[in-house]
Design a protein around this ligand. Sequence first.
Ligand code: ADP
Length: 448
Amino acid sequence: MRKVINNTLRIFTISAVLVTTLLVFVAYYAQFSLKEHEDIRSRADLMASCLEKYSEDSVLGILHNAYDGAADLRVTLVDGGGSVLYDNTGDAPSMDNHMERPEIVEAFEKGFGEGSRKSSTTGGRIYYYAVKMSDGNVLRLAQPTNVVRGMTMGIVPIVAAILLAVIAAAFYISKRLTRNIMEPINSIDINNIRETKIYDELKPFLERIANENEERARTEKIRREFTANVSHELKTPLTAISGYAQMINNGMAKSEDISEFSKKIEKESDRLLTLIDDIINLSSLDEIGGIEDAETVDLSRITEDAIRVIEKAARERGIQIFYSKAPALIKGNPTLIGELVYNLLDNAVKYNKDGGKITVFVGETGNGVEFSVKDTGIGIPEDETERIFERFYRVDKSHSKKVGGTGLGLSIVKHVCACHNAEIRVKSKVGEGTTMYVTFPKDKKEEN
Ligand code: ADP
């Protein structure tokens, strides 16, 4: 990470400086050339107006004196026929006729002319400016580009120094920056994230880690409690079974008690098996996050089947079941949904009063497909309606045990709801009864 930050910053700074330098260089060069051209034009105009006062011979003498051997300015004098009378960069008589040169042609026509072209000797661009004098000759000045280039080059050392300084600054800043970014991260106390002082940009990330840590600790605690509870719940029926078996085995039980004891052993074993079934169901629900092979399920058919299973137990206690149904198709796992429906109906029987009533509804409502079970039983205290979904939580432990409860039924129901994106609600009044509502999302495919 440190390397990435360092390199990015360095590359960025160096490229920024180089691009800026290039732009400054180009702008400076353009500006400088413009100024040079202007200089040459005014110099030529001035020279022409001065030289006009002299005869051609005197003009040639003046030019020889002033410009022979001058390297920074090229001076040429051309007569009306285009022949070169004077040129400070070569031997005038041997030069070719200059009537072809555009600036000279223009000067003869308009009084002045300019042109810019590549020099055949130096290869660089040269600016020419020509003025027609009163005697009919044309005076031409040219600025060799190497002078312009040379002057422009003068800024190179300054730019190089600035470049070096900026690169050094970039190195220093990137080092400091990475240190400022990395140091607080390295000093985070992973066990005490919320107390750690850190810059604002990292706070949401740390908040997420802290939340995940808390969630993990909570799940871990639930798991530990569950293991302890499971061991305890398994131990109780096993202790009873083992006690009765021992008494039969070592002859302490009278022969008339043996039938009674073996019934107790059978009851405790059934309890143990139910408990183990519930635990297996719960742990397999823990494993799956959602339903993978969901199919279209008719909730009213499943409810009918579950009612048939609990009917006998209800009849024995004089409890009447009323069932109103409408077609209700949902997407899900039929076994798990059957488990959910059975558990809620079973509770409505177990916690009902003798001679009570159970009203079951299945059908579509505005929010989705609803399954509800209303009983006229003992009810649940309001402050406990949330807790009944916890594993092994029972409002009245001895009552639950008496009716063969494990304390896991509603945990399973809650899990199945979560897997099916269904919502569960409880409405209850102590002494009057309880209604459990489960709302499943509609099966979209069936809707279309
Ligand atoms: P259990 O096996 O004990 O019935 P559940 O998880 O199904 O376990 O229910 C947890 C507790 O919630 C029960 O022990 C009981 O106290 C309470 N409960 C559940 N359903 C009802 C109901 N219909 N009426 C009254 N109490 C209920």
